[in-house]
Design a protein around this ligand. Structure first.
Ligand code: BDR
Ligand code: CA
Length: 331
């Protein structure tokens, strides 16, 4: 049997507990090869995001290049990071960290993305799970980026599900709505994995304990600790999440979509982002393409986005468990 080579991925991230979970899922998955980790502000400052990406990488025994990127939104003022959700350190306030020698790649996240895309035309999938400033900056540096990348998958936005940063906005889009609208109108093969699906998949802390007990490794111990902190936040907010002391896996769903798209039901539509006012950060999808609305901004020049609307939640949980229980860590 001929098996396809692993998909080359640049992982654009603001780690972040669910970002860490997603990174480890990607590293463990035989169909995914992470060729770079680009960091942005979001769950933490960009400096802390880069520190965390280097640390998670080192703990897992990998030396994937890590870059530092967007420090603030393109236009709106920077807000303080949500320490109550991810911890002041982004990883659930780890009690201690071990030393490592890994260093940042000196390029900006946008420069690295453009260099990699030019060197591997048509081969790289960009999985972006934080605010979208790095991708927007990369587009500005290289307007041909949509042709150079294979595909872009983002965790962000929401169509029907209420927002988590405002009544209508998901946090990654809220954090940089101008960058997000740039990304949604750029014309690449774009898939949105938003709250419509991520709020359906609730992951119990007990699953991460089982994974940590199985591996007995600093990487999975760290993930278990971080998920415990994160689950406290979500359990205080939602009784059905508290019932299993769990959390939403948000970012990991972007990688589960990449590896197992058959678990998702998708819809095509033109997506725009409200950049100002009460709806700031809302992702609005034109779901009836047959209607020719009179307003500017919804014409056929706006590219189509594939939006994940439904997910097979139990199958995603089973897949996450299978992948993270596999022998992906070396000592
Ligand atoms: C998104 O916001 C961040 O807090 C998470 O890491 C995820 O990327 C969920 O809205
Ligand atoms: Ca994230």
């Amino acid at each position: 049997m001929i098996t396809a080579p692993p998909r080359k991925v640049i992982y654009d991230t603001d780690p972040g507990v669910d970002d860490a979970m997603a990174l480890y899922y990607a590293l463990a998955h035989p169909a995914i090869e992470v060729v770079g980790i680009t960091t942005t502000f979001g769950n933490v400052t960009v400096e802390q995001a880069a520190v965390n990406a280097l640390y998670l990488n080192a703990l897992a025994g990998r030396s994937i290049p890590v870059t530092q990127g967007a420090a603030a939104p393109l236009v709106k003022p920077l807000e303080p990071p949500p320490a109550h959700i991810h911890g002041a350190d982004g990883l659930g306030n780890l009690p201690a960290r071990t030393l490592h020698r890994h260093q940042l790649d000196p390029r900006s996240s946008a420069r690295f993305t453009v260099d990699m895309a030019r060197a591997n035309p048509g081969e790289i999938t960009l999985v972006a799970v934080g605010p979208l400033g790095n991708l927007s900056q990369a587009l500005t540096l290289e307007p041909q980026l949509p042709e150079l990348l294979h595909e872009v998958i983002i965790m962000g936005g929401s169509i029907l599900e209420p927002g988590n940063a405002s009544p209508v906005a998901e946090a990654n889009i809220w954090n940089d709505p101008h960058a997000a609208d740039h990304v949604f109108t750029a014309g690449w093969a774009l898939t949105m994995v938003g709250l419509d699906v991520t709020h359906q998949v609730i992951l119990p802390v007990s699953l991460f304990k089982k994974i940590a007990d199985h591996h007995r490794h600093p990487a999975t111990d760290t993930l278990h600790h971080a998920v415990g902190f994160y689950a406290n936040f979500y359990s205080a907010l939602y009784p059905h999440v508290a019932a299993i002391h769990g959390c939403f896996g948000h970012d990991v769903l972007a990688f589960i979509y990449l590896a197992s798209p058959e678990l998702f039901t998708v819809e095509m539509g033109r997506v725009r982002v409200a950049t100002q006012g009460l709806a700031q950060g809302q992702t609005i999808m034109k779901r009836k393409d047959s209607i020719d609305y009179p307003q500017n901004g919804w014409g056929s020049d706006i590219p189509l986005t594939q939006v994940c609307m439904k997910v097979q939640a139990e199958a995603c949980k089973a897949d996450l468990e299978k992948i993270l229980m596999s022998p992906w860590l070396t000592r």
